[in-house]
Write a protein that binds this ligand. Sequence first.
Ligand code: ADP
Ligand code: MG
Length: 333
Amino acid sequence: MPEFDLIDRIRARVLQRDDVVLGIGDDAALLQVPAGRQLVVAMDTLNAGVHFPHATAPADIGWKALAVNLSDLAAMAAEPAWCTLSLSLPGDDPAWVDAFLDGFLALAAQHRVTLVGGDTTRGPLSISVTVHGFVEPGRALRRAAACVDDDIWVSGTLGDAAGALARMSVDASDPVARAAANPHDPAHSGWARLRLRLDRPTPRIATGLALAGIANAAIDISDGLLADLGHVCAASGVGAQVHLDALPASSELRAFFPDARRHALQASGGDDYELCFTAPAAARNAVEQVAIATGVPCARVGRIVTGTHVQVLAGDGASWTPPRTGYVHFGSQ
Ligand code: ADP
Ligand code: MG
């Protein structure tokens, strides 16, 4: 199928927004930023075998490609508006593209994000997405604004996606591992729920928006809590103390990893796409209200301190060292 038919196919399915003056079809898109607001831009690439298992369903790849980008906007407290999509595809496969768009556009519709352009090339399977959103000047949440004595908070639960991935890579011939690999297998709905967290992460857009004016600093957790909190500390010139027992875990993760492995998954597993943010102690009530209003629990997991690194304390108060501190692309593990 020629590239242009593919583009027509994509164009036919995108939703309209009044602020898109000119969308897919010309050399570039024309977009109207609302008066008095700043444009917030983020980009993330997903490569097969690196950012998703090779066997991932195309609709899940589509969902995840947009979700990881929206997660970056959530961490900035930005309201999403537009996106562009660069697709590198190994062959002409309209059915694959249709299924990919099912996932991509389902999430786009949830957040009223319009696909306004992109690029389509032949090559190894790789998807790059750019998202654009808006924020009022001064309201964006930055990494560099954490203050000593701030509480450290985390949205949702940690370690679910890494738990699914760990189980899948242990033994593919194991029926439980196979169930984890098949999110639609009703016999293992617990594993399926973990697997969904890997394949279909939920960008915490509403939570991020509600935290503007309450949180000091924020980041989304893509490479593991400790690695990403480390970025906040480095940018802010502070240290952090995290309490291992305070890290939020889903009931599925507790059931499948009752031992110390769970702590490693929660502290340094990747692909959570939850928010980690800091806020003054005086804002505790306000954060609880955000959690209630957005339906996403927020757990207080530690405190910002003077210093330069992230220290983790186990239940007995002893310092705890993770087996590794997150996923390092192209690096040694
Ligand atoms: P050009 O050669 O001028 O870059 P293209 O043929 O690459 O034009 O693209 C034609 C139009 O289709 C452009 O508006 C471009 O943004 C859009 N487009 C191409 N690929 C995609 C895609 N994967 N998703 C969305 N829009 C796309
Ligand atoms: Mg082009």
